[in-house]
Design a protein around this ligand. Sequence first.
Ligand code: BJW
Length: 235
Amino acid sequence: MISRPRSIVVLTGAGISAESGIETFRAAEGLWANHRVDDVATPEGFARNPQLVYEFYNQRRRQLLTPEISPNAAHSALAKFEHEFDGEFLLVTQNVDNLHERAGSQNLIHMHGELLKMRCLNSKLVFDVSEDFDYDTHCRCCRSAGNLRPHVVWFGEMPLQMNRINSALENCDMFVAIGTSGNVYPASGFYQTAKIRKASTVELNLERTGSSFDRHVRGPATECVPQFFESLLRS
Ligand code: BJW
């Protein structure tokens, strides 16, 4: 029996978008299957071979913008829950896709950045982008080529809005992790921060990960996320 929380933090990972047609990272045929992580997910890899990294993200952006990719029942269930829940709700996603906002989620943090944004290396200004860009693209602020990078967080870089996330974790009474392998710090430690504050912790995932949540619900996100959040609203 779940008791209704007053303040809830939800963390999502690549698994929530898998049934929308976006590959996860660590699956055998996943996003990194044909790449070394060091080459496409570190600032050092970008410095070594920017063209490879631009192409990796251009391809993913093109896929995200195809009509085949749309929010699934799990994204919609979270948006519905946020709309109907009368307590505090924060959705933190590690995903760089825009499926949560397209489903209607509002109080949302993209802690690892966004595929539809690029950043100027000089000014740090962030711009919306829906087209391919690369080393030859002229920056909208400094007007030079070679200054733009994807607005994503690579290994060794600080995730975004950590103060806001930590403060929500320290004040929540329920933490739910959906479709994340728990391999990447600091997101992998969020359930412990919540637990220290006596929050109940729940994992919704196709497989059981190694983390010790109070409750594990196994299944595809499109089934277990709507079920779990509907039962929470009724509790
Ligand atoms: C389904 C499903 C379905 C499938 N339904 N479920 C040594 C020890 C500990 C830590 C470190 C260490 N050395 C370095 C570190 C730190 C490092 C780190 O964690 N490294 C580890 C690899 C060891 N972390 C960092 O560098 C981070 N920064 C940092 O720590 O700064 C310092 C600091 C921070 C805070 C406080 C103080 C200091 C930055 C990490 C950046 C990660 N960036 C990436 C790339 C983003 C851009 C892009 O999209 O390309 O983020 S890596 C990649 O992994 C991506 C993801 O967001 C992230 C997590 O992956 P996720 O979402 O969990 O996907 P998968 O594929 O792993 O799992 C999918 C899951 O879904 C599985 O569980 C499936 O079962 C499930 N699933 N289908 C439900 N239908």
